[in-house]
Design a protein around this ligand. Structure first.
Ligand code: CU
Length: 294
């Protein structure tokens, strides 16, 4: 049988090109201009937005290097010890129990490593706690199982529920999109006052480095900088809070200033009719039941 090597080679070349294009297509599945959300098979953190998230990602990357070096070093030591002190060449085992120099090293070196980690870590912690001047304040209340957003300066407040699967529009994401997102102007520094109505929840928007407990009877504070650009930042409650814990996503929609003003005008009309009675309604996955309550 005669094999035509040229044909085989060309067909393999084609296959390789197709495979490479396939990989490029998969790994280019990012759309930073529109939204910030978890991606299928994502291995790394979400793309950071704002100064705190950027610094937190840098710290994470630095720690990844430190922990990798430590793990490789310890693994190397284990392998070395297993080979060097195996039974065969050591019929009479060594009776050594102390080595002052090594003991000083394995105490001092980890302390130094901890100090090196602590410096950027504390700097970031103080930055998140800093009392920075902010452009606006938003009060967030966690409830079973939805979020309530209040703009104290604008005197509006509204509930934010997950969009049921059957109501999803083409541009909406399953389990992540909500009926009323938290709308904010782009390029704004915001202070969040976070509290709760019932059980413990947690306000978690990874791309903006927001993760704060929402606890009834207590107000927690955090600030963030929403960068320039019309974009949606997705998050979820990440404190196991009950049967519908998985169904209380968070959407922060950043809009250009003029579009935000238009939204604000409409919101003042739209949410004016929401009565106090409606605030404690129970979020149910069944759309019909939610409609009945409304
Ligand atoms: Cu919750």
């Amino acid at each position: 049988m005669k094999i035509n090597f040229q044909t085989v080679f060309t067909s393999w070349k084609k296959k390789i090109v197709v495979i490479i294009y396939g990989f490029l297509l998969i790994f280019s599945y990012v759309n930073p201009a529109i939204s910030s959300e978890p991606k299928p098979w994502q291995m790394d953190l979400q793309e950071p937005a704002g100064i705190i998230a950027t610094k937190a990602t840098d710290l994470h990357n630095f720690l990844l290097v430190v922990i990798t070096l430590i793990s490789v070093f310890v693994l190397g030591l284990l392998v070395y010890v297993c080979i060097k002190f195996r039974e065969k060449p050591n019929v009479q085992p060594s009776k050594t129990s102390h080595n002052t120099i090594i003991e000083i090293i394995w105490t001092v070196v980890p302390v130094l490593i901890l100090v090196v980690i602590a410096i950027p870590s504390f700097k970031l912690l103080y930055l998140t706690e800093a009392d920075k001047p902010v452009d606006m304040v938003v009060k967030v209340s966690g409830a079973q199982w939805y979020w309530n957003y209040e703009y104290p300066d604008e005197e509006i407040s509204f509930d934010s529920y997950i969009v049921a699967e059957e109501d999803l529009k083409d541009d909406q994401k399953r389990m992540l999109d909500v009926d009323n997102p938290l709308v904010v102007p782009e390029g704004t520094r915001i202070k969040f006052l976070i509290t709760g109505n019932d059980v413990m929840h947690s306000f978690f928007v990874p791309s903006l480095a927001l993760q704060v407990y929402s606890i009834a009877g207590r107000i927690n504070e955090i600030w963030t900088e929403v960068p320039l650009g019309k974009k949606k930042y997705y998050g979820q409650c990440n404190q196991i809070c009950g049967v519908n814990h998985a169904y209380m996503p968070i959407v922060i929609q950043a809009l250009p200033k003029d579009e935000y003003e238009v939204w604000l005008k409409e919101a003042k009309v739209k949410f004016a009719s929401i009565t106090k009675k409606g605030i404690n309604k129970i979020a149910l996955l069944d759309k019909k039941e939610v409609k009945e309550l409304k």
